[in-house]
Design a binder for this molecule. Structure first.
Ligand SMILES: O=P(O)(O)OP(=O)(O)OP(=O)(O)OC[C@H]1O[C@@H](n2cnc3c(O)ncnc32)[C@H](O)[C@@H]1O
Ligand SMILES: [Mg+2]
Length: 169
């Protein structure tokens, strides 16, 4: 069965491949599609919407039997800016599931720059003195010293989606 993931970001593709394995007859296909929300989603709601839009586009525009959308964003809780993450899984039958991922507070020096309009992906590279953090360990990897990486975090979201889908088959 073909499982589409709505991104070529290696961290997202790896998260899906962790669960959907060839030995279980799953074939993972990376197909980047638009999230339909801002490049830097600014709330839980907008981040969720990006994940849902991506999953729906795969199924309804690209004929995917199963489409998975994963989206990272930022949100404010109690005056603190957090990284947040959402996922959605859509099936051609019309069934559709969502699940949230980890949230972790952003350091003040990061959130100050985001409030000025910069993208987290760029700011976290400067903060960590690295390049391409979003394709590798992610912000969550930087802020946990590698204890939880972006693909691990999204793999948990994919598990939450997979479990709901299987239970409803
Ligand atoms: O190619 P796509 O799938 O779009 O992958 P992306 O890395 O751009 O990831 P998202 O669109 O899901 O994330 C939206 C923005 O939020 C930022 N972002 C979210 N999570 C991040 C993380 O863990 N590390 C670095 N940047 C992150 C980054 O600036 C993204 O442009
Ligand atoms: Mg993006």
């Amino acid at each position: 069965m073909d499982i589409y993931i709505a991104s070529e970001n290696p961290a997202k593709v790896a998260a899906v491949k962790q669960l959907f394995r060839p030995e279980d007859h799953y074939n993972v296909i990376a197909k980047p599609v638009s999230s339909g929300v801002s490049a830097q989603p600014g709330s839980e709601e907008e981040t969720l919407k990006g994940a849902v839009n991506r999953a729906h586009t795969l199924v309804h525009q690209f004929g995917a039997p199963v489409g998975i959308g994963l989206e990272g964003g930022i949100t404010e809780l109690g005056g603190v800016m957090y990284l947040c993450n959402w996922g959605a899984l859509a099936v051609e039958s019309g069934a559709f599931f969502t699940a949230g991922g980890a949230r972790i507070p952003l350091p003040d020096e990061v959130s100050v720059l985001i409030k000025k309009g910069e993208e987290l992906g760029d700011v976290i590279d400067q903060y960590a003195s690295r390049s391409g953090v979003r394709y590798r360990e992610g912000t969550v990897g930087v802020l946990t010293g590698g204890a939880v990486t972006r693909d691990d975090m999204f793999a948990h979201v994919v598990k939450l989606l997979f479990g709901q889908w299987k239970r409803n088959l």
